[in-house]
Design a protein around this ligand. Structure first.
Ligand SMILES: C[S@@+](CC[C@H](N)C(=O)[O-])C[C@H]1O[C@@H](n2cnc3c(N)ncnc32)[C@H](O)[C@@H]1O
Length: 491
């Protein structure tokens, strides 16, 4: 399955692809010299259900073959069992989950994927606080459902593909999830949950922008990025007060249009706040080739012909590149049942905000907790207009880091602007680089917290013989970013 871009390929997946690479070689090697005392029938089950090898039915304990057939995981071919699905151990270090998905490269239109790069991206960035009701729209093999079982009391899982609903049920049952915590509903988008509201909505939908409708997991059959746009708008209308949504999507970069405005417009007027982050963007020719190869179209005349079809469709949409990323929504209002209200970041002042940014330079994905902290930071900044921010007293947060670097040129060392970070989160090892900070702001942050930022900046500018007005602009921009990232707190 494809990685997102050549740039990304060098430093790791952008988190968009359909299925992760399997590592059968390592598994076969381990099975070739099993540890003493290991049960041979377990090795056989691993070969059958993980590696997809046929297995003599006689190699399993009595009754096991019939159970596997009854679950439709395998079929009988002569004396052998032949796998129909893969059963893959999955999850977090302290879970014992299994994902049931279709085997191999997608051929059938209703192929159900296991956990892919996109699944893992969504699972990682989703805020994980206790909630009452969660919705996974487009559940596939049940990846997001399993994660949601850790913090949602009940989960509604929907899909248009009946096989996906069946495999989600199987994944949940094999993972020990009580049946009464998951409700499976068939249908498109929000139709199966019309009129209902949720504390958490997650969706890794069929976001690929393609001319046809080859695979249900990939193509929504809508024009351009209409699927992601619809999903985002409708999710906003299905959030309970204080509820959140985490949605993956693709969006078009239309000639002469700023993608930020395009995607930002999807949340305008919905009444919810939004953080929209683009993880990567790919020129349409590379994007089309990637998804065509993903679907097994071999290089050569077949790929050339199919590419033409995709490129003609992109040209008609005036689309020159496709962005991949996420939309995180926060509904205004109090905490939903059982949720820590202090973490609710939507519409604190009653005015929804939207923060749209490019994160393609980010070295790693934020965790759900980091997403929550960032949402809180965004809400804090939005609640503080410039005059209020300048009148505030500010301090560096616990764990803030200051990095000072000098660059040598022509035998002389000169200082770069100091960078402010937050241990483990912003800066080395973090999900964002440390923030270059104006010396006037650093002086304010390191000075006594008895004076306001504005007073500190005034004093610094006068000492340097500068007009404070010239300094305030860059200071404010950086200060807002530092508050957003939780590096600076107002007191
Ligand atoms: C990329 S897969 C994601 C599966 C899983 N949630 C994950 O994170 O790996 C997209 C899923 O959305 C389903 N789907 C496609 N069109 C849909 C629609 N209009 N409404 C709801 N689900 C849809 C597909 O059948 C597929 O299971």
């Amino acid at each position: 399955m494809p990685q997102w871009s050549t740039r990304r390929r060098r430093r790791g997946c952008a988190g968009c692809c359909s299925t992760p690479g399997t590592r059968p070689a390592g598994c076969r090697r381990a099975l070739a010299s099993p540890p003493t005392g290991s049960a041979p029938h377990l090795d056989g089950l691993i070969r059958l259900l993980l590696l997809g090898d046929p297995l003599p039915a006689a190699g399993l304990p009595s009754g096991a073959a019939d159970d596997l057939v009854a679950l439709a995981l395998v079929r009988v071919r002569g004396a052998d069992l032949v796998p129909l699905l893969e059963v893959r151990p999955y999850g977090e270090p302290d879970t014992d989950w299994y994902l049931v998905a279709d085997l191999g490269t997608p051929v059938d239109a209703e192929h159900v994927l296991g956990a892919g790069g996109a699944s893992l991206t969504l699972a990682r960035i989703t805020p994980r606080v206790p909630v009452d009701r969660a919705l996974d729209l487009g559940c596939g093999s049940g990846v997001q459902v399993l994660h949601a079982t850790r913090h949602a009391r009940t989960i509604v899982a929907t899909d248009t593909n009946a096989r996906a609903l069946r495999l989600t049920a199987l994944s949940a049952a094999l993972s020990g999830v009580p049946g009464d915590r998951i409700e499976l509903r068939a249908g498109s988008l929000f139709a199966p949950v019309a009129g209902e509201r949720f504390d958490l909505v997650v969706s890794n939908p069929p976001f690929v922008i393609s001319p046809g409708r080859r695979f249900t997991y990939r193509d929504a059959g809508l024009s351009g990025d209409a699927l992601t746009a619809q999903l985002v708008r409708q999710a906003a209308a299905h959030l309970a007060p204080g509820g959140r949504a985490a949605i993956l999507g693709n969006w078009m970069h239309v000639v002469g249009e700023d993608w930020r405005e395009r995607v930002g417009a999807w949340v305008a007027g919905t009444g919810v706040s939004a953080w929209i982050a683009q993880r990567d963007a790919e020129p349409v020719a590379d994007y089309a080739a990637m998804w065509l190869r993903d679907a097994g179209v071999a290089d050569g005349p077949a790929l050339d012909a199919a590419l033409q079809e995709w490129l003609v469709a992109f040209a008609a949409l005036r689309c020159e590149a496709v962005g991949f990323g996420w939309v995180v929504l926060v509904a205004p209002g109090g905490a939903p049942g059982g949720v820590d209200g202090s973490r609710s970041a939507g519409g604190r002042q009653g005015v929804p905000w939207a923060h749209v940014e490019d994160l393609s330079w980010s070295q790693r994905l934020p965790s759900g907790d980091e997403v929550l902290a960032f949402l809180d930071g965004c809400a804090r900044v939005e609640a503080l207009p410039a005059p209020a921010l300048l009148a505030a007293r500010v301090v560096l947060a616990e764990g803030a880091t200051i990095t000072r670097t000098e660059v040598v040129s022509g035998g002389h060392a000169s200082a770069l602007p100091p960078r402010l970070g937050l241990a483990g989160a912003v800066g080395p090892g973090g999900w964002r680089p440390a923030v270059p900070t104006h010396p006037a702001l650093l002086a304010a942050l390191l000075g006594p917290a008895t004076a306001s930022v504005g007073a500190h900046v005034d004093a610094w500018a006068q000492a340097e013989g500068l007009d404070p007005i010239d300094v305030l602009g860059p200071v404010l921009t950086t200060l807002r970013e530092l508050v957003r990232l939780g590096i600076v707190r107002t007191v």
